[in-house]
Design a protein around this ligand. Structure first.
Ligand code: GAL
Length: 377
């Protein structure tokens, strides 16, 4: 059941866009949450055959269909077929907008302007991805289709009240996904405004397997990360505060490297594989401008993902905690069968004054752009 606004939008788009570019956006009912709230799904298509689906629960990217080197399309992100899947224990933040503060805050504690704050500890002994019940991945966002020169998209917005999940300030957040008409790229624009100083660090938590979601492993993918340095962590995955060189470590991805090449040496670490924040080099790129952060390639399908961002860091997580859960189309998501490349500020920045600040103040606008571009050869 489509809402009226979407129907109107769809017909306007159909008339004006389909004729020229064949790109359009439309929404349908996806299902209901356990407490009876409606969840809508939006579909975006472009003239090169890419299809993107997004839902209002968690402003989540649920599907991303892109062609391989022979033109054969596959869905390259993990997800579920229904709302119940997204609300289940099996959902390890698949495709969601994570926040208010993505990744970990040590022991769920921080101080700001002389006041101490305590957040939920949901990843012993730390706070992870914004909390438990009302983190940004778990709430229903308002959605509105947008049409830009680049392509059609959906603008999700949500107002988080003062004190939600323990964070100070009323926070207005918006996340806009745009599928480019010409290229198979999804641009994610984040903005946020607050009425009190508060930490903000948003990211998209898509899990990619370029051979298609549900394929056995990503260990054969080749990865390049544009970073000379990373933030080492303790055995609870909290940064020690140091910034160290990747040179001579198993974390060095400055040259294209097969993910499986050295991962064994990380088996017995707290991360059980790659789960590290890289400090992006951003050489000669001004603040606020996009820089290439990572490039991922699956040799079999030839699919290539390039990640560009305005952010200073990227979390490379090799799907170590995936646990054979059943996802879309009954496919199984095994240990290391997908990976995340999360553009962000560094984890636990609020407790590390030497890291770039995540504090947003009244009158300022949080801005973050992340672009996932797909090609194949
Ligand atoms: C990642 C994080 C991992 C894990 C995962 C969700 O962003 O780095 O440690 O918590 O999310 O399962």
């Amino acid at each position: 059941m489509r809402n009226q606004h979407s129907m109107l939008f769809s017909s306007v788009i159909a008339a004006t866009v389909l004729a020229s570019t064949q790109a359009y956006g439309e929404s349908e009912h996806f299902g209901k949450t356990a407490d009876g709230q409606d969840v809508e799904v939006y579909t975006l298509k472009n003239e090169s055959g890419a299809i993107v689906k997004l839902i209002t629960l968690g402003a989540t990217l649920t599907e991303m269909h892109v062609p391989d080197k022979d033109g054969k399309s596959a869905d390259v992100v993990l997800g579920f077929d229904d709302v119940a899947g997204y609300q289940s224990e099996d959902n390890q933040y698949f495709g969601v907008t994570a926040g208010r503060v993505a990744n970990r805050i040590a022991k769920g504690k921080f101080s700001l302007n002389g006041k101490d704050y305590t957040l939920a500890v949901n990843n012993e002994p730390n706070h992870l991805h914004g909390g438990v019940k009302r983190s940004l991945d778990k709430v229903i966002w308002k959605a509105k289709e947008v049409k830009t020169k680049l392509g059609v998209g959906v603008r999700f917005s949500y107002t988080s009240p003062d004190g939600e999940e323990g964070y100070p300030g009323k926070l207005h957040v918006s996340v806009t996904y745009i599928l480019s008409n010409k290229r198979n790229s999804v641009r994610i624009n984040y903005t946020a405004k607050t009425d009190q100083p508060t930490p903000v660090n948003l990211t998209n938590h898509s899990y990619f397997n370029l051979a298609g979601a549900g394929s056995k492993t990503v260990l054969g993918h080749t990865l390049t990360i544009a970073a000379d340095k990373y933030t080492p962590t303790d055995d609870t995955l909290i940064p020690t505060g140091k910034i160290e060189s990747v040179e001579g470590t198993d974390l060095d991805f400055r040259e294209p490297t097969r993910i499986g090449k050295r991962i064994k040496s990380l088996d017995d670490t707290a991360a059980i594989g790659y789960d590290h924040n890289y400090v992006l080099t951003r050489q000669d790129v001004k603040a606020g401008e996009l820089a290439v952060a990572a490039r991922l390639r699956d040799p079999k399908s030839g699919r290539i993902l390039v990640v560009r961002t305005t952010e200073p860091g990227i979390q490379f997580y090799s799907g170590n905690f995936l646990k054979d859960q059943k996802g879309k189309g009954g496919k199984t998501y095994a240990h290391r069968s997908a990976l995340c490349l999360e553009t962000q500020h560094y984890p636990d920045s609020i407790n590390h004054p030497n890291f770039p600040s995540v504090v947003l103040k009244p009158g300022e606008t949080y801005k973050h752009v992340c672009v996932y571009s797909f090609t194949a050869k």
